[in-house]
Design a protein around this ligand. Structure first.
Ligand code: HEM
Length: 130
């Protein structure tokens, strides 16, 4: 069997703690709360959205699999279909995530890998032409 190295899946072990992922998500949603493009897309109470994103990131980086235990297969593109995501929404999401990433020192060694992941994943979520 050919082993394919998945740099994202190796991050959790190196960070070794969940807190930085919860911090990242907290910072991200602080940005979302003040974002005129994104805020209206999210529910008023962000508690659940925060928890889901944190658990998704913990799972995707190689940590516990509570996200899929609770939600099943991620099917992210399908889960984003109810929201109209064009380039503006994608760029707003990226802007807030990049600002959040800069606020979590424990994730700094993984900034490049995470940035590449968020860049491509957010582009993949686009489901609306301009
Ligand atoms: C491209 C721009 C994006 C927009 C506008 C967007 C917007 C949203 C919205 C409105 C929700 C619903 C929140 C809720 O009701 O709880 C959601 C859920 C979610 N998003 Fe995004 N998202 C984007 C990209 C991404 C990316 C790149 C990721 C992963 C890195 C991601 C991960 C998630 C997760 C894990 C959920 C929860 C899914 C579930 O289990 O229900 N999103 N997103």
């Amino acid at each position: 069997m050919v082993e394919i190295f998945d740099p994202i899946g190796a991050i959790y072990k190196e960070v070794g703690d969940e807190k930085p992922f919860f911090d990242l998500v907290d910072e991200f949603y602080k940005g979302v709360e003040n974002d005129l493009i994104l805020r209206p897309m999210y529910p008023e109470d962000l508690t659940d959205a925060k928890r889901k994103l944190a658990l998704f990131m913990i799972q995707r980086t190689g940590g516990r699999t509570t996200y899929s235990d609770e939600r099943g297969h991620p099917r992210m593109r399908q889960r984003h279909m109810p929201f109209s995501i064009g380039l503006n929404e994608r760029n707003a999401w990226m802007k807030n995530m990049m600002a959040a990433l800069d606020k979590v020192p424990e994730l700094a060694p993984h900034k490049e890998t995470l940035t590449e992941f968020f860049e491509s994943f957010s582009t993949f979520m686009i489901n609306k032409q301009p």
